[in-house]
Design a protein around this ligand. Structure first.
Ligand SMILES: Nc1ncnc2c1ncn2[C@@H]1O[C@H](COP(=O)(O)OP(=O)(O)OP(=O)(O)O)[C@@H](O)[C@H]1O
Ligand SMILES: [Mg+2]
Length: 397
């Protein structure tokens, strides 16, 4: 008890009614603060007397235990609506155990919540006067820990897989070289009989190339990127991509339309990587138009960004697949690896940019790369150079 109240208690008979009123007012104000603090904490707090009847239950505890009403007349466990919980408290309180962070799962409509419960003796003026129960909802904490563990084991697995992929690359290259040698030897004695062997060699070569591109794409997707951003002309990269794909487009009856806004500003890009990102989008767009169509690539400035939009008039993407297309290995193609958009996403992120998609099934899709425009460096002038007088400052000659 505070000294001021102890003193007041000693001379209570001599305190005039006005003084008593003031003391009670002070006491009540202090009490309200303590109560408000206890009710405001996110942790649940329950105070029980020596007969395990609750004297105080704060709002968080009421919420955690879904206690709509409670009374000081019955033991705590008699008022809990969950049998497991009631059993736990009955045993722990009666045994006078000190409980430290015991985890209990409670089934709730929104899913299972994990509650950490601690019980300790309530000590007041050197004497045990009851029990203090502390509750903490650790569901989200546990979830975050589990996510972190999953991310860590995934990272370890990725490193391992990258190592294996890297080891596959070299023997693959050597198999390709050896096949080339075999082809040359056979070439010298080419007869009708050996003709079918050339066909088999071509098939093996195609499979090797496919395997190699899977490994290369995989390594590109998982390894940290070697990227150097410099102020450069993004529209030139777009033109390079168009040139590169023009023959293939013609073969597939696809006409390419480029709309490049005049006087575009330079942006921070890594030409080689941006080209790869765009190529992946353009290849997808072309694959989405098996019967031909129009591929439109526009480059323009909007909302402080340089935007590169690639539109096709192809099959479109069903709404339910939209969230998946950037996931590694997600593909709807027979011979796709599903890494194209993963790599594009990674490159765009390295450019501090964003990528957005709009699509309507059987009408077409638009993939837009958003690159931030370089912001002019803001120079903060000292106030006196800005003609602003600083109050109280005097320039002396
Ligand atoms: N323009 C598009 N129109 C329709 N579907 C698309 C388009 N672009 C992407 N998709 C869908 O997204 C999926 C994933 O694309 P992503 O480029 O990542 O892999 P992929 O093209 O299947 O294989 P690859 O690794 O060879 O590129 C595609 O399989 C396809 O279903
Ligand atoms: Mg692709």
């Amino acid at each position: 008890m505070k000294a001021v109240y102890e003193n007041a208690l000693k001379r209570i008979d001599r305190i005039p009614p006005e003084g008593l009123k003031q003391i009670i007012k002070n006491l009540s104000a202090e009490n309200s603060i303590y109560e408000a603090a206890l009710h405001s904490t996110l942790d649940g707090i329950i105070v029980c007397d020596l007969e395990y009847k609750p004297l105080f239950i704060n709002r968080s505890a009421e919420k955690i235990f879904r206690l709509v009403s409670w009374t000081q007349e019955f033991a705590l466990w008699e008022q809990l609506n969950d049998d497991n919980l009631a059993n736990f408290f009955r045993k722990a309180l009666v045994a006078d155990e000190t409980v430290l962070n015991r985890e209990i799962s409670l089934n709730r409509h929104g899913g299972t919540r994990v509650i950490s419960i601690s019980i300790s003796a309530l000590v007041s003026e050197g004497k045990i006067s009851g029990n203090l129960i502390h509750l903490e909802d650790i569901t989200d904490k546990r979830r975050r820990e589990a996510q972190l563990r999953r991310a860590e084991s995934l990272a370890a697995l990725t490193t391992l897989a990258a190592g294996v992929a890297h080891e596959i690359k070299n023997p693959l290259a050597s198999i390709r070289i050896q096949l080339g040698i075999i082809r040359r030897i056979l070439e010298k004695n080419r007869t009708k009989k050996t003709e079918s062997i050339f066909h088999n060699i071509s098939l093996v070569e195609q499979e090797i190339d496919r395997l190699n591109s899977i490994v290369v794409d995989f390594l590109f997707a998982v390894r940290p990127m070697d990227i150097t951003l410099i102020l450069d002309r993004a529209e030139e990269v777009v033109q390079e991509v168009v040139e590169l794909m023009s023959h293939e487009a013609e073969d597939q009856h696809i006409s390419i339309v480029t709309k490049i806004e005049p006087n575009l500003p330079d942006v921070m890009i890594d030409r080689k990587n941006l080209k790869q990102a765009l190529l992946n989008i353009v290849k997808n767009a072309m694959a989405a138009m098996p019967d031909g169509g129009v591929l439109t690539i526009s480059v323009f400035v909007r909302n402080d960004e340089l935007q590169i939009a690639v539109s096709d008039t192809g099959i479109g993407i069903p709404e339910e697949l939209m969230a998946k297309i950037f996931e590694p290995y997600f593909t709807t193609k027979e011979s796709g690896t599903g890494l194209g958009l993963t790599i594009t996403f990674k490159i765009v992120k390295e450019h501090n940019g964003e990528i957005t998609v709009e699509s309507a099934p059987s009408k077409g899709s638009t993939f837009t790369i958003h690159l931030p425009l370089p912001q002019p460096e803001q120079k903060s002038l000292p106030p006196w150079e800005d003609g602003v007088q600083i109050e109280g400052s005097h320039m002396e000659d």
